[in-house]
Ligand binder design. Structure first.
Ligand code: ADP
Ligand code: MG
Length: 349
């Protein structure tokens, strides 16, 4: 049963169209499945629990929602909160206090930045802002000036430039600006599943706007959206604990000087990534899958396999602008294509 019947705004409806989607349950025990929908991170958040009749999971659910709400409120790159406070300190060359949860996230993100050869870089918030993506609304306009972009590119921000001392962080690079838009949802999914497991709810699914994580012996049937339309490309059943995360250049973009510019930037040029329309990554860790999906989209058709290997992801579906794609073998074997057409367009490596 949905807990929230607020009508979708256009943006929310669009966000709901990307990434993965939960399929109707063909589960004879569907009576014991609880479904709640909330809105966070600018998108619908779905939580599903298969639970014993005597423990519907109220306390677990409330605690998970509090955790998601906290990340939503505190780790946003352009709204007041802990991240904004730290970014301000970096700009002013001061140190700032950091909570243990955010510090752990900075550390894990720094490792993933290295593993991705810098293609996933949550320190490029300044460039993301210069492109106008620190906003809920995507307006048409003009590209940023070349000199502005050159300045962000040459500043070469990296999480490796963060000094951590006790509960404080500082950076000597005033152009290092944290933006966890490509990572926070993955971290939030992992934390939500950890919380459910710790509270005895081991059969759960959390869907943050098309990025989802699931666990439980029965598995959950999910669909991967067609990046060009409203239907599905394929579906699959989750196995054990697993996350399915998609980065798409079709979802959040601005028309600038008549050109479609995606919100995912190639840090080496401080400009929108080109070459792939969507990348879906499956991995036990939603955080790793989130970072990897972004990095692989930036890597593009020629480099994504090398970067996947560096980051330790083996289950990938990458789709290009010509509507053709590649599924890595480990994933290809599990996909049920939604149509013969899609089966013909996805090659296996
Ligand atoms: P989605 O918004 O669909 O979850 P991503 O996970 O790829 O997609 O996150 C994109 C967001 O991450 C952007 O809106 C921006 O805030 C930030 N970002 C853009 N490019 C990069 C990058 N190369 N590395 C890390 N973060 C990025
Ligand atoms: Mg990501």
């Amino acid at each position: 049963m949905a807990a929230d019947h607020t009508p979708l705004t256009r943006r929310q409806a669009l966000a709901a169209l990307t990434g993965a989607v939960l399929m109707p349950l063909a589960d004879p025990a569907a009576g014991s499945v609880r479904h709640e929908r909330h809105f966070l991170f600018g998108s619908p958040v779905d939580v599903m629990l298969r639970h014993a009749p005597e423990s519907p999971g109220d306390a677990a659910l409330a605690s998970v929602m509090r955790g998601l709400q906290h990340i939503h409120a505190q780790w946003n790159a352009w709204k007041p909160g802990e991240l904004g406070r730290i970014n301000q300190a970096f700009r002013e060359g001061r140190s700032a206090r950091v909570t243990p949860a955010l510090l752990a996230t900075i550390r894990s993100a720094a490792r993933l930045e290295r593993a991705s050869a810098g293609l996933f870089n949550p320190g490029i918030g300044g460039a993301v802002r210069a492109w106008g993506f620190h906003d809920d609304v995507m307006r048409d306009g003009a590209r940023p000036a070349a000199a502005t972009l050159a300045a962000w590119r040459d500043a070469a921000p990296s999480l490796a430039q963060i000094e951590m001392r006790g509960d404080r962080v500082a950076s000597r690079n005033p152009r290092l600006q944290l933006d966890f838009g490509a990572y926070a949802k993955g971290v939030a999914i992992d934390r939500a599943l950890d919380e459910f497991a710790a509270r005895g709810q081991g059969d759960a699914l959390v869907n943050l706007g098309g990025n989802l994580g699931a666990m439980g012996a029965t598995g959950w049937q999910i669909g991967i959206r067609d990046p060009f339309g409203e239907g599905l490309l394929a579906s699959l059943a989750t196995q054990g604990r697993e996350a399915v995360v998609t980065s798409g250049s079709y979802e959040r973009f601005r028309m600038l000087d008549g050109e479609r510019c995606t919100h995912i930037l190639d840090p080496s040029i401080a400009a929108p990534a080109q070459g792939l329309v969507s990348v879906t990554v499956l991995h036990r860790s939603a955080a790793l899958a989130d970072a990897a999906a972004t990095a692989l989209l930036v890597a593009g058709p020629l480099r994504w396999r090398e970067v996947a290997q560096r980051m330790g992801v083996t289950q990938v579906l990458a789709v290009g602008p010509d509507g053709r794609g590649i599924a890595s073998g480990a994933l290809a074997a599990r996909l049920q294509f939604a149509s013969r057409d899609w089966r013909g367009r996805i090659a296996t490596v």
